[in-house]
Write a protein that binds this ligand. Structure first.
Ligand SMILES: C[S@@+](CC[C@H](N)C(=O)[O-])C[C@H]1O[C@@H](n2cnc3c(N)ncnc32)[C@H](O)[C@@H]1O
Length: 276
């Protein structure tokens, strides 16, 4: 019933209703079918408040940037235009990290973990949340986040506060600032789209260029810098594009003891697990 009332109300507002409903659902964090009578008054106020912003943006502008939040690995994250909107395939990286943790590190009393090129911090925060709250790991995890963008690190900080976590944040290019610190696990979704790639999708056009574009050489340099910042038997897990797998594999094999490829939800090769 309420749904029809809302539809009627929106009908008089001359906008893309389907998109606006999606926007409202994301804002309220529930399906429009589950809106209660109490929500309605709030909803009308929200609509008055957000309608101009909504109309001022192009029809393909990401809803997540409008509501400034999204979900990743079942957890809520705040975002804005200074960070990448976390992707589904990056959830596969977190799954791999959890598997590696269970196989290699669960008996460790202390663990240093770095989310490199952290953006919103979604990888490190999800990993930590999962192993502390779902697996109930009792050891001590020192969590590090680093990014070249100060604006991105501000969002990481906001998300850490929201998830009630403590961590070390470092503003740096790749791993340049870490001189002595070494890690058991380094997780990264670095920028990896090559500017001449035929696979650049339209959805990236509102996202920060620095979060998206990099050369294959950048990925190689990063893998090398990571190697020297890993402890003995440390593990580096990173995401790349499926078409980069072949070119990276032999390079990684020349550096690491063992290199495995992992796959995403679409069964596409999506990244590497590299063992030092
Ligand atoms: C693809 S985004 C990933 C963000 C987040 N980890 C995620 O998965 O949603 C890549 C991030 O790398 C950062 N970045 C780009 N170049 C970098 C560099 N040279 N050193 C460190 N971070 C860099 C960007 O600022 C951006 O936040």
């Amino acid at each position: 019933m309420l749904y029809f009332e809302i539809k009627k109300f929106l009908g008089s507002k001359s906008l893309n209703n389907k998109r606006f409903i999606l926007f409202l659902e994301n804002l309220f964090e529930k399906s429009i079918y589950n809106f209660t009578k109490e929500d309605l008054e709030k909803l009308k106020k929200y609509i008055e408040k957000y309608i101009d912003l909504f109309k001022s943006k192009p029809p393909d502008y990401p809803i997540e940037y409008l509501t400034k939040k999204t979900y990743f690995f079942g957890y809520k994250f705040f975002i804005n235009e200074n960070v990448l909107i976390p992707r589904r395939e990056t959830e596969n990286l977190v799954e791999e990290a959890i598997k590696v943790f269970q196989k290699n590190f669960h008996a460790f009393k202390k663990l240093n973990v770095l989310d490199l090129c952290c953006g919103s911090g979604c990888i490190g925060i999800s990993f930590y949340n999962y192993i502390k709250n779902k697996i109930k790991y009792k050891g001590n995890i020192k969590l590090f986040f680093s990014d070249i963008s100060l604006k991105a690190l501000k969002i990481t900080k906001l998300n850490l506060k929201f998830h009630k976590m403590d961590a070390f944040l470092t503003l740096q290019d790749k791993l340049k600032a870490f001189k002595s610190c070494k890690f058991h696990l380094i997780l990264s979704n670095p920028p990896y789209i090559e500017t001449n790639s035929p696979f650049i999708s339209k959805e990236v056009k509102y996202e920060p260029q620095i979060a998206l574009f990099a050369s294959l050489d950048f990925l190689k340099t990063l893998s090398k810098e990571v190697f020297y910042r890993l402890k003995e038997n440390g593990v580096y897990i990173f995401e790349c594009a499926p078409y980069q797998i072949r070119s990276l594999k032999s390079f990684l094999n020349s550096l690491y003891k063992k290199v495995e490829i992992y796959f995403d939800y679409n069964q596409l090769p999506r990244g590497f697990i590299c063992y030092k």
